[in-house]
Write a protein that binds this ligand. Structure first.
Ligand code: SF4
Length: 86
């Protein structure tokens, strides 16, 4: 069941910005996670109650998960999966 909107643990804007910078640096350097890790991250997200499946975005961080899950240096804001290089 979807949690009520007001109980979604929104990631602070400053943290979202940091993740965006990390993911952009990974993209510019051509860094990607392995296919196995990418699929494992997406599996976790698509079972998560905070995933908006029609949009493919996370309610906590507002990221497009098919894009965010590619970046090795970012992690789930509620620690369901971690950065690949931590
Ligand atoms: S990033 Fe974390 S909180 Fe967001 S949908 Fe994925 S598992 Fe859920």
């Amino acid at each position: 069941m979807l949690p009520p909107y007001e109980r979604v643990p929104k990631q602070p804007l400053k943290e979202r910005g940091k993740d965006l910078v990390k993911a952009s640096k990974d993209a510019l350097k051509g860094n990607r996670v392995s296919k196995e890790l990418y699929m494992a991250r997406l599996d976790e997200c698509y079972q998560c109650p905070y995933m908006q499946k029609r949009m493919g975005t996370c309610r906590v961080c507002s990221c497009v998960m098919k894009v965010k899950a590619l970046a090795p240096s970012v992690s789930c804001p509620i620690n369901k999966w971690s950065a690949a290089n931590s």
